[in-house]
Design a binder for this molecule. Structure first.
Ligand code: PEP
Length: 260
């Protein structure tokens, strides 16, 4: 972890917790972190609830002045219009979102999102003043055929193609590690993160490469976060299953207490 990139721990709730459960969970998380004297200036924490929770989360976080950031799990490539079921970046922004996940492997796998669609969504996020968290990662078959870096780098290059330099976050999430309890080794996380950073540098220049935060995602737990965060190109984590457990997630957020 480089000192000048603020670590980010992001919790992707996927399709879990309705708005009432979301309020109770977020309150408990914020209190747990407050009791543990969590320093948000040292590690940023962001939540990615279902769309239907966002207004409740906004009211809670703004009302109680919690330092938590939040955002959507997806957005439309369009800003408004006849797109039934879609949610625009502008709507997410007006609910106080800072971030939005783009191109999560479950969107690519179950909703047919192509690299072109991911690029269009990255542009939509930036147009609407949201920081996209661009998710990339290889399947088990990709890993066997091409090794760990090739597919994530190709996906990232496609997502940035024609996009002007801007603040983005990248999440390296090997598909085979998501929800399986089998995280990538810290060596692999570092190797791919370094390749992704080199890609940003190649496309947008050294300053962007240095400034861009790269998260690792895939079976992150309190027990493996420290080793991952010791890697120089890993700047945080995108956490799925473990983000639904307040004790586990708050412990992940407080990784600085265990990283030496
Ligand atoms: C995810 O879905 O982004 C994820 C990383 O899930 P998990 O932590 O459950 O592997």
């Amino acid at each position: 972890m480089a000192v000048d990139r603020l670590p980010l721990i992001a919790g992707n709730w996927k399709m879990n917790l309705d708005h009432l459960q979301a309020i109770a969970f977020t309150q408990k998380l914020a209190w747990t972190l407050r009791d543990a004297r969590h320093d948000y200036a040292s590690t940023e924490v962001a939540l990615f609830p279902p769309f239907t929770d966002l207004r409740s989360i906004q009211n809670l976080i703004e009302g109680d002045k919690f330092d938590l950031a939040y955002g959507g799990q997806d957005l439309s490539a369009h800003d408004a219009g006849a797109y039934t079921g879609e949610v625009s970046g502008g709507f997410l922004r007006s609910l106080g979102s800072t971030y939005v996940l783009v191109g999560h492997s479950e969107r690519r796998q179950y909703h047919g999102e192509t690299d072109d669609m991911v690029r269009a969504k990255v542009s939509a996020a930036l147009r609407n003043d949201l920081t996209p968290i661009i998710c990339v990662g290889e399947t088990e078959a990709d890993l066997a055929q091409y090794g760990p870096s090739a597919v994530p780098v190709t996906q990232l290059s496609a997502a940035l193609n024609g996009v002007s330099p801007a603040e983005i976050v990248i999440a390296y999430e090997p598909v085979w590690a998501i929800g399986t309890g089998k995280a990538a080794s810290e060596e692999q996380a570092q190797q791919v993160s370094a390749a992704l950073r080199a890609t940003v540098t190649e496309v947008w220049g050294l300053d962007s490469g240095d400034a861009t935060r790269i998260l690792y995602g895939g079976s992150v737990r309190a027990s493996n976060i420290s080793a991952l965060m010791r890697q120089p190109d890993v700047d945080g984590a995108l956490v799925g299953g473990a983000s639904l457990d307040v004790t586990e997630f708050s412990s992940i957020c407080r990784f600085l207490k265990h990283v030496v």
